[in-house]
Ligand binder design. Structure first.
Ligand code: SAM
Length: 217
């Protein structure tokens, strides 16, 4: 059984040891969305596209466990870090940033004695089409770049179940949040390219930016 006290311990550890990629807002948004999905009985898998060392993956497992929900989590990553940026990213990032390994991720799960996710190493462009579950209830999209976000949406949205949701990390909409700094402008550009206007992606509150897409039918 996973209690609120257990979640508090995991949260404190993540904020201390994995603050490079998770923060209190992100953890709160993902927890709330997963709890809603379980409460609403939305069926389908939980997936993370861009899992790095498994910080958010561990959080999602613990939140599901606290809800008494044993559905599997599937995670996807090159484990070779970010690919090359493109013109649409409007920034240049060194390729290979955020390199990790499946062993790094599995060690996090072993340390917390949690059931590990299904790990799908490889570039999204090669893995997602064939290895995503047919039905997705919740997805955490964290590929940082335009092309990575676009292929994530292309493969996840058609699989999203009614009531299901995607949280899109680093989605920054200066129109919704005047003055907001967009560290990864390619993420919103990919959402706009995929969904068109008006965008169904909502901006979530927080110090950094996050977007949420819910399938409402
Ligand atoms: C910011 S990190 C993810 C952090 C993680 N979600 C967390 O909460 O700790 C971004 C990850 O996306 C992966 N990535 C980005 N584009 C990718 C692509 N096209 N294919 C596979 N992995 C990709 C990188 O390897 C990197 O590990």
């Amino acid at each position: 059984m996973t209690t609120d006290a257990d979640l508090k311990d995991v949260r404190a550890w993540l904020l201390a040891e994995h603050h490079e990629t998770v923060d209190a807002d992100r953890l709160g948004h993902v927890r709330a969305e997963l709890q809603r999905i379980v409460a609403d009985g939305v069926r389908g898998a939980v997936v993370e596209l861009g899992c790095y060392r498994g910080a958010m993956t561990l959080w999602m497992r613990c939140v599901l466990d606290a809800c008494g929900d044993d559905r599997p989590i599937h995670v996807y990553d090159s484990f070779e870090g970010l690919p090359e940026t493109t013109e649409e990213d409007e920034i240049v990032m060194p390729s290979g940033l955020f390199t990790s390994s499946p062993a790094d991720l599995l060690a996090v799960f072993a340390a917390w004695d949690r059931r590990p996710p299904h790990v799908h190493p490889g570039w999204f462009e090669d893995t997602l089409a064939g290895r995503l579950p047919d039905r997705i209830a919740f997805g955490y999209l964290d590929g940082d770049l335009y092309a990575s976000t676009l292929v994530s949406l292309t493969q996840c949205v058609p699989r999203l179940q009614p009531g299901g949701a995607l949280i899109i990390d680093d989605y920054t909409d200066p129109g919704a949040r005047p003055g907001a700094v967009a560290p990864f402008p390619g993420v919103k550009a990919a959402c706009d390219a995929y969904f068109g206007a008006p965008s169904p992606v909502e901006t979530l509150p927080g110090d950094v930016a996050y977007g949420r897409y819910r399938r409402r039918d």
